[in-house]
Structures are given as structure tokens and as C-alpha cells.
Design a protein around this ligand. Sequence first.
Ligand SMILES: CC(C)(COP(=O)(O)OP(=O)(O)OC[C@H]1O[C@@H](n2cnc3c(N)ncnc32)[C@H](O)[C@@H]1OP(=O)(O)O)[C@@H](O)C(=O)NCCC(=O)NCCS
Length: 155
Amino acid sequence: MPHNSAQVRPATHVDVQAIQKLLNHYASMGDLLPRTRDDILKNLEHFRVIEQQGDIIACGSLENFTDELAEIRSLMVRTDIKGSGLGREIVQHLIEMAQARQVKRLMALTYVPIFFHKLGFKTVNKEIFPEKIWGICVNCYKFKNCDEIAVLMEL
Ligand SMILES: CC(C)(COP(=O)(O)OP(=O)(O)OC[C@H]1O[C@@H](n2cnc3c(N)ncnc32)[C@H](O)[C@@H]1OP(=O)(O)O)[C@@H](O)C(=O)NCCC(=O)NCCS
């Protein structure tokens, strides 16, 4: 089972293509927001990945809005191994990173709140994150009709 040997590590330039491929897949289904290669490259230091036999099988990033508020973004697991604990592995790692950065609130926008609830997040009203809404969401193609659910963990 892949999760038995799962090791989360920082992403490098070599991983960008694989991250983009995984992201394109989920973005094309509307599950995740698309991101350009430049956007991924600019935020590469925040990405963590799990690699197996030369392929990226899971990834996620931790991006700060302010010193006290961070977001989990681009969280995804390769389709054929969803449900084997890798998503949890990545999120737990990102929670530890957030704690080390002394972030007080960790949020995500998602279509799978149940997954986040299992990890201790609570569903909240999006309006409590003006930093996100007016900094990032305002530029998103879903801005006027966003149906994603906000989840929050207080650290
Ligand atoms: C959401 C996602 C990252 C979860 O990763 P995963 O490796 O499949 O999930 P895990 O195996 O770590 O699951 C952890 C728990 O959440 C539950 N869970 C995971 N996905 C779920 C779903 N879609 N619906 C209900 N429960 C779910 C699992 O059953 C498990 O519960 P358990 O502890 O009771 O056994 C992954 O399914 C994915 O890549 N989805 C598509 C992209 C996406 O929507 N990303 C989230 C963006 S915020």
C-alpha cells in the first residue's frame, strides 16, 4: 500500500510538471482551481509532495495571507490511490508547518468538507476571511458564484 511508505517532502523544480499535470486533471473536472506554471513556480517553496516510483502521487501547499492566517491549496491525490490516507498525510504535514510558522488559523475552500472535518476542521462562513475574498477570490472565475465551502482549524 502506498501510504505505508509515504514520505512528505518539499517540492522542487523537477516536480512542477507532475504537479501541473495532476492539477490540470482536477481543474478540468472543476474540483480544483487551475493555476499557471508561473503561479506554481512562484509558490513552489510552499508545496509539499509525496513521490512514488518517480511520480508525484499527492501534493498540497500552505500559503499565508497574513502572519496569522494560512490556506491549504492545491491539495490532491492521484486518482487511482485516493482513499488510501495520502490526503490525510499531506494535510497533517501542512498543519505541522503552519504550527511551526506560528499561524493561528488554517483554512481551506473545498468541495470535500467531510474530509477536512475528519481532520478536525470546522465549516465556517467564507465572509470571515476578507483577506482571501478580496485578495484572491476576487480574481477567480468563480467569484460571483462560488459554491466552495470554507473550513477552518484554529491552531
Ligand atoms: C480530497 C482528497 C485530497 C482526499 O485525499 P485522500 O487520500 O483521498 O483521503 P484520505 O484517504 O486521506 O481520507 C481521510 C479520511 O477522509 C475520508 N474522505 C476522503 N475523501 C472523502 C470524500 N470525497 N468523501 C467523504 N469522505 C472522504 C476518508 O474516508 C477518510 O476517512 P476515515 O479516516 O474515516 O477512514 C483527494 O480525494 C483528492 O485529491 N480529491 C480531488 C481533489 C480535491 O477535491 N482536493 C481538495 C481540495 S481542498
